[in-house]
Design a protein around this ligand. Structure first.
Ligand code: DOR
Length: 434
């Protein structure tokens, strides 16, 4: 099977590639990068990419696909379709399903089902604790053998420091990172949104920044003490960024992610009691948002991750205090990340790195267009305007404050191991067999 993507701007900062070129894919791998217009299309399918970027397939370290148990919100098929439409070839699926992914059989089932769908590479996470109950450790060896790539009780922290210490030691032996939802449950007790001026004005109970900072400090201390690998999820505060920056400088094995909603929005987004903007951790202050962008700029944050968290109207069309936290993010991540470049906050190479090789490296994987790499790639029209609406949305859910908003930068096609898994339209870019 041959595929030529012709005349695109091939952009892969990790491999030092930025040039207008033809890219040849043979049997699912990048076979050649040649001068634009130089590859003869005999026996090959051809994608015309003039005016478009050709990037490595994006990698998302944080999605909730809700299968098994809450398929009315999302399932592996709809989640994978949303991922492919967002340019993601690899997504890391959280374990807070119903039941939670706390044994090898559930990991194997997720892998088999997503492989048979063939739309996106879904990498399952196993829980840290059995049943996600925070009482006893899950069987890490069994989870790892079945294909789990990391461990997390995401949605809730592991509150018991002794249990987490043992988890780091045990996970270290299997070389699995622990993805930490860093929150002190006592400090954020019953909180609805960020504790600050907006929560006071709205009369909602606040979640103080220090709830995250206490947990990040504890997790870093435990990772440092045990030599385990810590990945801090959905960073939201300036002080948490400082803690990670200092830990990295000391050589602690810590990585971190920032979500598009935390680097784009602040607590003001909640001002109309908009439940679409209710997330955990909450949207914070402008100074936090600026610090998160700085963390992405200097590599303190390795990755942009969506925390794609679908909920239905049952959980969201209710009073703010009763609404479930979370928003969908797979299809809006790339345009929101590109805004950081457009607004002059980050160089384009940094934006692409934090969506591709940065997150892949957290898992010891690669996302590259270098010759010989698996041909996971995405074609992007950087100037196209669009919006997420009932026509474009691929998720089963529509809970996002970015619904209907103007976005710039559109995924035109996504290719997974050399196969077209998403095309916005079959023409004009798809030229078919040569
Ligand atoms: O907003 C969130 N939603 N944060 C989490 O940590 C969990 C997630 C979910 O599962 O809905």
């Amino acid at each position: 099977m041959k595929l030529i993507i012709q005349n695109g701007r091939v952009l892969d900062p990790g491999a030092g590639i930025d040039r207008i070129a033809d890219l040849l894919v043979v049997d699912g791998r990048v076979a050649e990068l040649a001068a634009a217009g130089s590859l003869a299309p005999q026996d090959a399918e051809v994608l015309e990419a003039r005016g478009r970027w050709v990037l490595p397939g994006l990698c998302d370290l944080h999605v909730h696909l809700r299968e098994p148990g809450e398929e009315y919100k999302e399932d592996l098929a709809s989640g994978a379709r949303a991922a492919a439409a967002g340019g993601f070839c690899t997504v890391v699926a959280m374990a807070n399903t119903k039941p939670p992914i706390d044994n090898g059989e559930l990991v194997a089932r997720a892998l088999e089902r997503s492989a048979s769908l063939g739309l996106c590479r879904v990498l399952p996470v196993g829980t840290v604790t059995a049943g996600r109950e925070g009482k006893a450790l899950a069987p890490f060896g069994e989870l790892r053998r079945a294909g789990a790539v990391a461990l997390s009780d995401d949605g809730a922290p592991v509150a018991d420091a002794q249990l987490l210490r043992r988890a780091f030691e045990y996970a270290r032996d299997f070389d699995l990172p622990i993805l930490s939802h860093a929150e002190d449950p006592r400090l954020s007790l019953a909180g609805q949104m960020h504790e600050g001026a907006v929560s006071t004005r709205l009369g909602l109970t606040g979640i103080p920044s220090v709830s995250e900072e206490v947990a990040v400090a504890r997790d870093i201390a435990l990772a440092e003490y045990t030599g385990g690998r810590l990945h801090v999820q959905h960073l939201s505060t300036a002080r948490a960024v400082e803690l990670i920056r200092a830990a990295k400088a000391r050589g602690v094995r810590v990585t971190a992610e920032v979500t598009p909603h935390h680097f784009t929005l602040t607590a003001e987004a909640v001002a109309e009691y908009d439940t679409a903007a209710k997330v955990m951790p909450p949207l914070r202050d402008e100074s936090d948002r600026r610090a998160l962008i700085a963390a992405l700029a200097d590599g303190t944050a390795d990755a942009i991750a969506t925390d794609h968290a679908p909920h239905s109207s049952i959980e969201k069309d209710v009073p703010f205090a009763e609404a479930a936290p979370g928003l969908i993010g797979l299809q809006t991540a790339l345009p929101l990340a590109l805004d950081l470049w457009r607004q002059g906050h980050l160089p384009l190479e940094t934006v692409i790195t934090r969506l591709t090789s940065g997150p892949a490296a957290v898992l010891g994987r690669q996302a590259s267009l270098a010759v010989g790499s698996v041909a996971d790639l995405v074609l992007v029209d950087p100037e196209a305007g669009w919006s997420l609406n009932d026509e474009t949305n691929q998720s089963k859910s529509r809970n996002t404050p970015f619904w209907g908003r103007g976005l710039t930068g559109r995924v035109e096609a996504t290719i997974l191991a050399g196969r077209l898994v998403y095309a916005r339209s079959r023409s004009p870019i798809w030229l078919g067999a040569g």
